[in-house]
Design a protein around this ligand. Sequence first.
Ligand code: ASP
Length: 345
Amino acid sequence: MAHPRLLIIYTGGTLGMRPGDHGLTPSGNIEARLAKAFRQLPLPQQQALPSFEVLSYPQLIDSSSATPNNWAQLAGDIAERLKDYQGFVIIHGTDTLSWTAASLAYQLQGLDRPVILTGAMQPLETPGSDALDNLYGALRFADQPHVKEAAIYFHGKLLRGVRATKLHSEAMDAFTSPNYPLLGERMGDDIVHYRGRGLVDQQRGAPRFELPDYTTVSDGAIVRLVLWPGITAWQLAAWLDDPRVKGGILQLWGAGNLPDDPSLLAVLAKASGEGKMLVAISQCPQGSVHLGAYAAGKGLLDAGVLSGDGMTPEAAFGKLVHLLAQPITDEDRRHRFLSPLVGER
Ligand code: ASP
């Protein structure tokens, strides 16, 4: 018998959950459940499904508990099995799906085959669930040799993993890619891949995976600060002064502004001076930051803050984790942050 083309890695999430005493909980036996579900598909769809094997993680989680260590485990498991499969489908909870997708993009740089993450807003066995449709599309895209990146398939859309974000907490059309067009779409039983938008043309050569030890940054080394009206210097300092903090993303107003308060900039400059890597993105899901365009954001560059351009919080955070986990110089780290590595900016 021919070797299965794809590997499905099941990590947990609503797609595979069942009702328990305390609400929906991750549930196993996924291989048999998938086989049963796929038999419900119309025949042309069943026939279009590529062959696959399933790797079910022993500890299935609600993705709200995922950490950078889970991201590293997933990347390592894919890297180890890369040559055995034409593509991979990751079944994951939707809450942090886009965070995992962004991280995989950085760890699996130069990927030469599809890694498609998917999940569902409703469990597989719930009538009217989106699970089966999402699995169908994910498997079809994971079987496309021209998709050469970590992507999310959800509700008929293929999104670049490192550009995606969860937009809706209830609707089935839950994900969007605010600053980058779709990589592909489902059309009836078929799928369309927009090849020109894929990463393949931007890649710089063969797989050159970077799988650094994320445990070095998993214990709160990177913080995320979203500005609010009235934020004070002592509040900012409460996060950034802690010696365990190695870096942070700042979500500024609009095109990259913060309150006209020199004591805020002083806190940022002190943290930068201590070698902490600070990067700025916008609170607006669409558009980019342009540090220095307004007087209100001018001091940021002098305080050592790097522009995150139009990156999502997931992309910026995942990139900081990835760069800070590596034994490279600060200069190299800053340079790499400002350069597009996997189509994230
Ligand atoms: N809390 C769930 C999770 O992220 C939500 C979902 O999968 O939709 O695992």
